[in-house]
Design a protein around this ligand. Structure first.
Ligand code: MAN
Length: 343
């Protein structure tokens, strides 16, 4: 059920990271409990204030400093048909650059920034176009961040580990391009760690959910395809895992996003085998959440609900999601309720 006062966080609620920048969108937060509070690690997408006759966009330079690129809008080599992407002289850039901002709450709906916790910005050449859509998995007393690192080299998955949200250990790129939507499971299965991830193979294959395993969280192998898109349905063009699957008595319950050819993004669920999570036992016929509210249908990129974070407390799932690639919302589900739709 949607929270009645959605959206709970909008671009106006946060300050830009520096002067001259404007927050265009808040998206797809990672979610976790820490220090007695609920935290969102929100993706904040910014762009420079725009001026007549040119389009400008941010990226990191060779010294990892933010620099602004400017292109005259009259240029014949410019393609602006997708609000998220700029194609100029055959190369792709992003209109906005994303960083990750920590906000916290005691009631789960009013979130505030805490000056004591610094934002996470792109830090090197592999993050020159920003960092996005971070999943947070609590595992063995630490938090593991798996997020999208974007640069001219492509879209890849990077991992960091923290225990206190001040100091971070960098695991580097755990998956090379093109890959995103990566989440760790919150427990070992047998002797191994597991992750879900979403490579893309556009010519043969597609945008499918895969699984990998690791003995040490650094070396990932035994990649297997878990689920594919389904032609003619709500998840026909691309699918990707949300955050860490939920352990239930019937198996691992995983919430995922699916988009169709018209880029309409919905959420659905899959049930994965408890011992071998590469096996799908059941999958949503119909979405568990689809863009129906006005704030889900219109915005920076309309007709999108996308989630990569939730809190699970007994039977209750408190899910946080990005709507229309612009605002953050909350919806509550019951584990039993979703499992019933999977019978
Ligand atoms: C897609 C969208 C964008 C994102 C890029 C790079 O175009 O999801 O929001 O910035 O991929 O990850």
């Amino acid at each position: 059920m949607r929270y009645s006062d959605n959206p709970i966080l909008t671009p106006r609620d946060l300050r830009p990271s520096r002067e001259g920048m404007k927050i265009e969108c808040l998206l797809n937060p990672g979610v976790f409990r820490f220090d007695g509070r609920t935290w969102l690690l929100v993706r904040v997408a910014e762009r420079p204030e725009q001026h007549e006759g040119e389009i400008s966009f941010p990226m990191l330079d060779a010294e990892n400093r933010m620099t602004i690129m400017r292109v005259p809008t009259s240029s014949p080599d410019l393609d602006l048909s997708d609000p998220r992407v700029i194609t100029y002289r055959g190369a792709d850039y992003l209109t906005t650059m994303s960083h990750l901002r920590l906000v916290s709450s005691t009631d789960g709906v009013h979130f505030r920034e805490d000056e004591a916790y610094a934002p996470l910005f792109g830090s090197d050449a592999y993050e020159a176009y920003g960092v996005e859509d971070c999943r947070v998995t609590q595992l063995e007393g630490a938090y593991y961040l798996t997020y999208t690192a974007v640069s001219a080299n492509g879209v890849a998955v990077r991992m960091r580990r923290t225990a206190d949200w001040h100091r971070f250990e960098d695991y580097g790129l755990v998956l090379p391009p093109h890959n995103k939507d990566c989440t760790l499971f919150d427990a070992k299965i047998g002797d191994l760690y597991y992750m879900l991830h979403r490579p893309s193979s556009p010519e043969i294959g597609g945008n499918y959910i895969w699984i990998a395993q690791s003995p040490d969280l650094r070396h990932w192998g035994n990649h297997r395809c878990v689920a594919r898109t389904r032609p003619g349905r709500w998840d026909s063009a691309r699918i990707g895992a949300g955050c860490a699957p939920i352990r239930t008595d019937r198996g691992w319950l995983m919430i995922y996003h699916g988009a169709d050819e018209a880029h309409r993004y919905c959420l659905g669920a899959m049930l994965l085998d408890a011992e071998d999570p590469s096996k799908v036992l059941a999958r949503s016929d119909r979405p568990i959440l689809e863009p129906e509210a006005p704030y889900e249908q219109a915005g920076f990129f309309g007709n999108v609900v996308f989630s990569n974070g939730q809190i699970v407390d007994g039977d209750r799932i408190t899910l946080y999601y990005g709507a229309s690639d612009e605002v953050i919302c909350r919806a509550d589900f019951s584990v039993r309720g979703i499992l019933q739709t999977l019978e």
